[in-house]
Ligand binder design. Structure first.
Ligand code: PEP
Length: 261
């Protein structure tokens, strides 16, 4: 983690939680984050509940005057219209969402979203002033055939096509090797750092070195309380996107505390 960049931790709840458990989880995370801020610690935290609970969690976070940002796991790029089952950036904004994931590996590989569609989402999110977390990462066979950097580079370049330099302050990249997501297999800090360094070099090529230095790159893939600190020590790892461990307050807050500067 570079001291100039504030660490950012996201909790991706995926298709988990219900009303009661989501509210309880959000409430305890809000209290934990407030304590850290009261102690003068610096860290940004976002939670990504399922769509249907966004208004409920939004109200709970607002009522607690929480510093925890509300995130959405996905979005459709159009503003409104005949797109049955989809949700627009404007609708997300309307219920208090401040940050949105684009291109999560489960969207890419289970729902089969392609880079062009992901790019439309990234542009819509940034255009409307929200923070966008663009997720990239290689599959196991790609890692085993030495394609990690090539795959990440392609996903970053295509995902960020036509993104303007003045939108970069709202961009976060999440490097999430697909083989590490939900598997208990975590990338070694060195391998993760290597991928992050390469992604930052691609950002530098696209937007210049200074702009690239300001973009935060999260690692995701089986991050736990036990491995977070070692990962976060790496100079280009600026936070974590957490799935499984984000569903337990104690585990998630231990990761948040490891990131707090
Ligand atoms: C994720 O869903 O983005 C993720 C990294 O999941 P997990 O932490 O469970 O591997």
């Amino acid at each position: 983690m570079h001291p100039q960049r504030t660490a950012i931790i996201g909790g991706n709840w995926k298709m988990n939680t219900d009303r009661a458990s989501g509210l309880a989880l959000a409430g305890s995370i809000a209290r934990g984050v407030q304590e850290l801020h009261n102690a003068g610690k610096r860290v940004e935290v976002a939670v990504f509940p399922p769509f249907v609970y966004l208004p409920l969690i939004s109200e709970a976070l607002c009522a607690a005057s929480s510093r925890v940002m509300l995130g959405a796991q996905d979005v459709y790029h159009a503003e409104r219209g005949a797109f049955t089952g989809e949700i627009s950036v404007l609708q997300l904004q309307d219920v208090g969402v401040g940050t949105v994931l684009a291109g999560h590996s489960e969207r890419r590989h289970v729902i089969h979203e392609g880079d062009d569609q992901i790019n439309l989402k990234v542009r819509a999110i940034l255009h409307h002033g929200l923070r966008c977390v663009l997720c990239v990462g290689e599959k196991l066979e790609q890692r085993e055939t030495d394609q990690t950097n090539t795959v990440n580079e392609r996903q970053v370049r295509l995902g960020l096509r036509d993104v303007r330099p003045d939108e970069l302050d709202r961009l976060v990249i999440a490097y999430e090797p697909v083989w590490a997501i939900g598997t208990g297999k975590v990338a070694s800090p060195e391998d993760a750092q290597d991928a992050h360094r390469h992604i930052r070099a691609v950002l530098a090529d696209l937007f210049g070195k200074d702009a690239a230095a300001g973009v935060r790159i999260q690692y995701g893939g089986s991050v736990t309380a036990a491995n977070a600190a070692e990962l976060l020590k790496q100079p280009d790892i600026d936070g974590a996107l957490v799935g499984g461990a984000s569903l337990k307050e104690a585990d998630f807050m231990a990761i948040v505390r490891a990131a707090a500067q």
